[in-house]
Design a protein around this ligand. Sequence first.
Ligand code: F6R
Length: 590
Amino acid sequence: MCGIIGYIGEKNPVDILINGLKSLEYRGYDSAGIALKEKDEIEIIKSVGKIVNLEEKIKDEKLIPSHLGIAHTRWATHGKPTENNAHPHTAGRVTLVHNGIIENAEELREKLKKEKVRFYSETDTEVVAALINKYYDNDPVEAINQALKEVKGSYALGILFQESDDLYAVRKDSPLIVGLGKDENFIASDIAAIIDYTNQYYLLEEGEIAHITKAKIEVTKDGKVVEKEVQTTSMERDAKDKCGYDHYMLKEIMEEPVVLQKTFEPYLEHLEKLPDLTDYEEIHIVACGSAMYAGMIGKTLLEEYANTKVEIDVASEYRYKNIIYDRKTLVILISQSGETADTIAAMRKAQEHNVETLAIVNVKTSTIARESDSQIFIEAGPEIAVATTKAYILQVGIMALLAYKTALTKNLVKEEHKVLEEAEKLPRLIKEVLDRREEYKKVAEAIYQKEDIFFIGRKIDYATSMEGSLKLKEVSYIHSEAYQAGELKHGTISLIDDGMPVFAIITDDTIKDKTISNIEEVKSRGAQTIIISNEKYATDDLQVTVPKISPYFQPILIVPTLQLIAYETAKLRGCDIDKPKNLAKSVTVE
Ligand code: F6R
């Protein structure tokens, strides 16, 4: 989703801003822009599409020499992705970039129009610029304060004022940091944008306003100075590099054995470090997209092996539903970024009802990590490709350990040592699975020219199918759906045509014969079936077979095969694998 970078210092900001925008590309965007300021002159350049288009335009311009600038990648919400709607936006003496959504933008626009303010774009952002301009009387902080009192919604803003040589920033429900340099300072929507220049930063909290010069940063809230704690990121500079891989998605899949080992390390010998779910009468799992599918695996494992009932919902539904919290409940929020707007809202809803929240989260400084009551961190490191891979595997891994611990606490585990021994073997086994790329290329060759694909599975294999299907459609743009295998014949089977690929995931021994019968049903209607399983079948289907392991961890060996099939298929189709169209890495708006 939109990205912000800002610079003030001794250098010319252009390269720093463009470099920062490139580091934020993974968040997803459809246009980009930059504003440079020197004395009272402000120059704005914008372009639609990739950042290279902006670079091309910049080359053709004679830019003002400057030491202060802001830049933005826009993921359209209000108004089409046109140059006119791209940020920065100027209203009077105020120029700004904005991430988030202003919910009362139309109401404010109408009010301002009555005060003879003219608008030039369809964006909600221009409305905020106009509002700040309205209150600007040579005191930038006061103008920001006044204007934001009237604004409803989420925002991270980087702001320039005509008469000021300084940079201003403020945020609410949308992340923004202030990077600390020597004789230079930055703002950024995430550390990746500025890691080449500094690893130290301030985390802006809700409603705090940063007044930034090259030598000093003053943060205030409601007119009072706030003492900020310096944060240091452990992100390595080369975390942004592809390390020789063609794509971040591939690099991140290949990191799965290492990050799983790192994530499991604190818990394998100390399960007591994990929360005890038996303390609660009811468990809710709430998340979005792949994180929700990781939750579905968790729900299945908890119900199947730990005899623990679990409710699960996508956060965009949960936040608006009438949830009846009449028993001692724990709400588990799963989020890689920790900034997903719907998941944050679901968390706050639970907290408003005094219900405890536990976050399974990757980004330690994120809103969900900071505001949840307790946290389990996955150690994925930065995930740059828009489609999640390694973080999903770790979310599933943590859910598996939670289910196992719950089963253990309830005396439901027969071979305790065996499960943990298998957990220790996982990194090696994932590596074995990842090393078989030729097999996945073969499957990709068989499917890449198709238009529709189904995934089927039962119980945990259905949950795995959901992720396999999502991964394939998001990176290859092939239409794909996942169904419970037994449900197909209640309607969807009418879509099966000659040669249509159907992936069948079969790992659950208790139900595999049923899925095999479903394979026969689709085959007899012309489908080309591909079996992804933990045992080899004596059939002529295309097959991918992974090592058999404890059912707690089986999805962790199946999903990498589906991720790599999706990757190879997208590659054959020539897709923009790391930045699929219309998608954003961190969905910070509703
Ligand atoms: C799919 C994908 C998304 C995210 C979802 C939640 O590959 O990445 O479906 O899983 O947007 O994001 P987080 O985990 O950051 O809350």
